[in-house]
Structures are given as structure tokens and as C-alpha cells.
Ligand binder design. Structure first.
Ligand SMILES: *Cc1c(COP(=O)(O)O)cnc(C)c1O
Length: 414
């Protein structure tokens, strides 16, 4: 499901959308709210539909000839609820042409890569990529005849040395999953353009909010919208937003694979998106407060937070991002599994679980080492990833302070 990026009536005037002259918080409020989709209410209703009905046989025939997205045709192509979400997401990425929706972030990544790769191609992928993305490349793409070569996320313009005749695409994720290295995206994109290579970015951390990827030179921006766009930990959904050049092949690949998102899920994602601006500012403030506090604790060796100077690529974060999300990791000064469990198990305000981007805080023990092949992960001790939710940061810090005491006691016993 998707929609073309520019919406004009036949006389060229704007229908709605086309808000690119407005600032992002405004676009988050107005995006996708076309009168023909909302009717007399504020939000586009949940349009549940498989069959779309035509008035006449002539209309049906005309519909076949003119079946762009954003028109009634058949439920697999979506209905106004999904079109509104697609349009709003496209408006978050200036320079983008359209957005396709997927039933999860992983489905979005899988389809985006499939739409640009052919058997025989080589894909370059950051060594700090999300584990299921690697697993998709190493298992599915490999079997399909695509070879994946991993690169050091700090490679920058040096990626030129890895390019060969068969290199077709570069899959970036910045900051990296678990370890948060910020990549030099413009340098990598410049090399890619020189060689006619397509660039994709898993932009989930910045949520197309703190980083406008297409404007920065990326061809395809991918979100696990499950995270910050939904924001309430209750929906799985993904999205791919592309430059015009890659739009048709993405749309066709997704449609041929039968990718479809329920209108209920699209509705909830759109509802989340309306408050993204205020939520992200709060995640930013809370994440910075907790991250800075952790950096001063003797039990903590380092804080891997893109907005703090010791994070690799911090200078690129300063240059390219307009702010920071509330997801980061920290490295303990030694300690074992039992000490980490003592820290995390009895936290009062942090849930233990996968995913992130919701309004509630989460703590997760992570091990970046097994996923590395181009680089090796070395750290002073175990790593914990935090999703900082919308709670008051003082309460989160007090909770973590008790956790660090428990960790110290557990570590001393040994
Ligand atoms: C969670 C996540 C995904 C996958 O999204 P799902 O909706 O869980 O499939 C992809 N990339 C990153 C960086 C993620 O954190």
C-alpha cells in the first residue's frame, strides 16, 4: 500500500498534503488528513474492506486502467486509513516520493532489499546492523544468489575500497543496533552515487524525525514503525519511504508479494504519529538525563549514546541529526550474568523485553559480540540497552541507582 508523493488536482492545485513548506511538527499534525479520507471528523476512520465497489462496468474498466495507489481498487491495495498513514510518513521525508506499508519492520527491510537486488549482486551491510536484518541477508538473500559483505560502521568514505562491479546496494543502519555507532551517511552516499549504487537506511532510531534521510542523500529510508511511530507498544508495522527513482520497483515488489497492513493497525500508527513531536522531545530529554547520570557512575565503563562524546561517530550525530532518541546502551565495568540479573530483575520502572520506542521504559541485557564479522566487539564488561520512556527522569535515575547498588553487592559476593 502506498501513494504517490505529490497530490494535485487535475488543475494542478494541491488537494491536501503537499505540506513541504511547513515545519515538521505541523506536517505531523496535517499529513494525510484529506477531506475525502476523513469526511467530517478529524481522523480518517478505519476503512475495513476487501472488496471496493464500482458504480458501473465502465467504472470498473476505467479503474483497471487508472489503478494508481490512493484510489479505490481492491483491499490489498489499502483503503483511505492506510493511504493517510503513507502520505503522512512521506511528508516526514522531504524529497521522498511515496511510502509503502508492511506488517512489520523486518518485512519492510526484506522487501526494500528485494526490490533493488538481483541474483549475482553484492550487498554491503553495516556490521552493527539489527540481527534479523543480518539473518535475512545471510539466509534468504544468500540462497537467492546475493552475497552480503559486512563493513565497519565507521568506514565512511573508505567504503569505496569495498566496491566491486557486482556491488548493487549499501544497507546502512545509523546509529547501529545495540552499540549505536553513528555512520558518516553523506560520505557513504556520495561514494554510492559515484558508482550508481543504491543506498538504504534503517532510520528507526531517528524515526524520520531527527534525521531526514532522503534529504541527506539516502535513496530508501526504512522504519520499524512498530517503535516510535506507533509509540505505545501495541502494534507491529513497518514502512519504506523512497526517492522517486526507486518508487515503482518498491511498490510493485510489495504488491506482488501481497504485503498488506490492516486498517486498524494503520489507524493506531497514524494516531501515534500525531504526537510524535512531543513524545520525541520527552524521550530526548529523559534519555540525555539518564545517559549523563550513568556516565558519572563508577560501575559504568562507558555510555553508548549518540549525543554523548564517547559514542563512536558522535561528530556525525552532531552534524546530521537534529536531536536524540531515548534508546542507548551502557557498558558495565566488569561483572557477570548474575550481577546483571541483580541489577535488572528488580527494577521497578523498567520492563524486561524486546522492542522499544514505547512510552514505557525497558532494560535489556545485550551481547553485541556474536553478530560481528567485519569488526570485533571488545568492551570492559556486559552491555545493557535502555529504552527511556516518558516517565520522569528523576524516578528512572533513582530506580537505576538502586539497581547499581544491587549489581555491586552481587559482584562483591564472588
Ligand atoms: C525492531 C527493529 C526492527 C524490526 O522491526 P519489527 O517491527 O520488530 O519487525 C528493524 N530495525 C531496527 C533497528 C529495530 O530496532
Amino acid at each position: 500500500m502506498g501513494q504517490p508523493g505529490r497530490h494535485r488536482k487535475s488543475d494542478g492545485s494541491r488537494v491536501s498534503g503537499g505540506n513541504s513548506d511547513k515545519k515538521l511538527p505541523t506536517r505531523l499534525v496535517t499529513g494525510g488528513r484529506r477531506k475525502e479520507w476523513t469526511g467530517a471528523v478529524v481522523n480518517p476512520p478505519v476503512w475495513r474492506a476487501s472488496t471496493h465497489l464500482y458504480d458501473t462496468v465502465a467504472d470498473l474498466r476505467a479503474g483497471l486502467k487508472n489503478n494508481e495507489d490512493g484510489r479505490f481498487f481492491y483491499g490489498r491495495r489499502g483503503s483511505p486509513t492506510q493511504w493517510a498513514l503513507s502520505e503522512a510518513l512521506t511528508e516526514m521525508e522531504p524529497g521522498a516520493h511515496g511510502t509503502m506499508l508492511f506488517p512489520s519492520g523486518v518485512a519492510a527491510i526484506a522487501c526494500a532489499l528485494l526490490s533493488v537486488l538481483r541474483p549475482g549482486d553484492v550487498l554491503l551491510m553495516a556490521d552493527s546492523s539489527y540481527d534479523p536484518t543480518r539473518s535475512y541477508a545471510n539466509a534468504f538473500l544468500k540462497q537467492w544468489g546475493v552475497e552480503t559483505r559486512y563493513y565497519d560502521p565507521m568506514i565512511g568514505a573508505g567504503i569505496a575500497d569495498l566496491i566491486c562491479d557486482k556491488t548493487r546496494a549499501i544497507m546502512m543502519e545509523s546509529p547501529g543496533s545495540l552499540t549505536f555507532e553513528v555512520q558518516d551517511i553523506p560520505a557513504i552516499c556520495a561514494v554510492a552515487k559515484e558508482h550508481g549504487i543504491v543506498t538504504l537506511l534503517d532510520n528507526t532510531w531517528a524515526a524520520s524525525y531527527f534525521l531526514q534521510a532522503i534529504e541527506l542523500g539516502v535513496d530508501i529510508s526504512i522504519l520499524a514503525s512498530t517503535k516510535y511511530i506507533v509509540g505505545h507498544s501495541d502494534v507491529m508495522i513497518g514502512s519504506v519511504t523512497t526517492h522517486e527513482k526507486y518508487w515503482t520497483r518498491l511498490r510493485r515488489t510489495a504488491q506482488r508479494l501481497g504485503q498488506v497492513v490492516s486498517p486498524d493497525d494503520a489507524y493506531l500508527a497514524l494516531r501515534g504519529l500525531r504526537t510524535l513531536d512531543v513524545r520525541m522531545r520527552q524521550h530526548e530529554e529523559g534519555g540525555l538525563a539518564v545517559g549523563r547520570w550513568l556516565a558519572e557512575q563508577p560501575q559504568v565503563a562507558s555510555v553508548l549514546h549518540p549525543a554523548l562524546p564517547e559514542c563512536p561517530g558522535h561528530e556525525y550525530w552532531r552534524r546530521d541529526f537534529s536531536g536524540t532518541a531515548g534508546l542507548f546502551s551502557f557498558v558495565m565495568n566488569g561483572g557477570d550474568e548474575a550481577a546483571i540479573a541483580a541489577l535488572i530483575d528488580d527494577l521497578e520502572l523498567f520492563g524486561i523485553g524486546y522492542s522499544w520506542g514505547g512510552y514505557e521504559s525497558l532494560a535489556l541485557p545485550v551481547d553485541p559480540a556474536p553478530d560481528r564479522t567485519a569488526t570485533s566487539w571488545q568492551a570492559a564488561g556486559p552491555v545493557i540497552r535502555l529504552n527511556i520512556g516518558l516517565e520522569d527522569p528523576d524516578d528512572l535515575i533513582a530506580d537505576l541507582a538502586k539497581g547499581l547498588e544491587r549489581y555491586e553487592k552481587a559482584a562483591c559476593k564472588r
